[in-house]
Design a protein around this ligand. Structure first.
Ligand SMILES: Cc1ncc(C[n+]2csc(CCOP(=O)(O)OP(=O)(O)O)c2C)c(N)n1
Ligand code: SF4
Length: 350
């Protein structure tokens, strides 16, 4: 089927600080099924990058394989992109990031791509605190290969064909917390009001920022009995806190100063404003976040919002003391220490 999208946009569309409208952040027209949650997440990514006034050429979008991993084609059409192999996005992101720390790294993946074939890469990229945003578009199934249960499908969840999943799910947010991720959030593709500020905060976070987004697959996993369907998620969602992200250059409104919420200051002076809703969720307390997730699971609830943040997070470049400048901007003398230095290193190893 051929789709034609009008190039016309209303001349009065809002512009950001760079003078761009959201059009400059869009990609090709989506070929995903109409109603797929992944398309809603793409829209939130577009909106977040527009609102942050990011220059599109300063963003690198990366993915693995799956319907979710196809989405970078549908957003940020003027940015760098790398559609890698199934489950291998983290290693490509690590290589690119180490070569050039000046870009914003935005990885998208599926629950199959992350929780099965990509599990080894996922846990190590968390451990290294690579400065990137990692979004899992979690539909509990392998959408691209016709809807088989994935490792995040809940025990007892029913497939479209009526089979019941007998296995415990892997809780990706819980796993990320356990492994020491410095930013962990959970959201729902149908809640752009929550997801857009979460993505903005994740982009500004200096370290690994993980967002697990429940994103229903309308074709294979939206049936009664599925715990990743639109109806189920809407009925079982529990919001940890209402969140807003305020960039450093914007003034803190009096409302926020007086309000009962918490302001989390980030390294660059921007802040996240939280109006707490769920008891026991303290975004500075990793253990409380793990407990809150576990409690929500016991109560058949899906806890969304910012679950944990480490405001003093330092990323992999800091740990490894790497070059401040992108490798492609270094001259030969800086890149190659010369024969004498090499000989010295060799001598040390003898
Ligand atoms: C090495 C390898 N193994 C298996 C596949 C087949 N395959 C393609 S996508 C996919 C799973 C996709 O599921 P998920 O990551 O959850 O994405 P979704 O399509 O649900 O968004 C699989 C198993 C592949 N492409 N490459
Ligand atoms: S098969 Fe499922 S995940 Fe893939 S595009 Fe269709 S609705 Fe989305």
């Amino acid at each position: 089927m051929t789709y034609i999208r009008s190039q016309f946009r209303h001349p009065g569309l809002p512009k950001n600080d760079l003078g761009y409208t959201t059009k400059e952040y869009e990609g090709a027209i989506s070929t995903l099924c109409a109603g797929c949650g992944h398309d809603s997440i793409s829209s939130c990514i577009i909106q977040a990058c527009f609102e942050l006034s990011l220059a599109p050429h300063r963003i690198a979008k990366l993915s693995g394989i799956g319907c979710s991993s196809k989405t970078p084609t549908y957003f940020l059409g003027h940015s760098h992109g790398f559609n890698s192999v199934h489950g291998r996005m983290p290693s490509v992101a690590t290589g690119a990031n180490l070569a050039n720390r000046d870009l914003v790294y935005l990885g998208v993946s599926g629950d199959g791509d992350t929780a099965s074939i990509g599990m080894g890469q996922f846990v190590h990229v968390i451990r290294r605190n690579l400065n990137m945003v990692y979004i899992v578009m979690n539909n509990g199934c392998y959408g691209l290969t016709k809807g088989q249960d994935s490792a995040t499908a809940d025990e007892g969840s029913k497939s479209k064909k009526g089979s019941v999943n007998p296995f415990q799910p892997i809780d990706l947010a819980g796993l990320a917390l356990e492994l020491g991720a410095s930013f962990v959030a959970q959201s729902f593709s149908g809640d752009s009001e929550q997801l857009v500020p979460l993505i903005k905060a994740a982009i500004e976070h200096p370290g690994f920022a993980f967002i697990n987004v429940i994103s229903p697959c309308v074709t294979f996993n939206n049936n009664p009995g599925s715990t990743k369907s639109y109806d189920f998620v809407r009925d079982h969602i529990e919001t940890a806190a209402i969140i807003d992200f305020v960039p450093a250059k914007e003034e803190i409104t009096t409302n926020y100063e007086k309000g009962a919420g918490t302001n989390i200051k980030m390294h660059d002076g921007s802040f996240i404003h939280l109006e707490k809703l769920a008891a026991g969720v303290d975004p500075y307390d990793r253990l409380a976040a793990i407990t809150a997730l576990q409690n929500a699971r016991n109560n058949d609830e899906i806890l969304t919002g910012l679950l944990y943040i480490e405001p003093e997070s330092t990323d992999l470049h800091h740990t490894l003391q790497t070059s401040e400048r992108p490798l492609n901007s270094l001259a030969q003398e800086a890149l190659c220490p010369g024969a004498a230095a090499l000989e010295g290193i060799n001598q040390d190893c003898r």
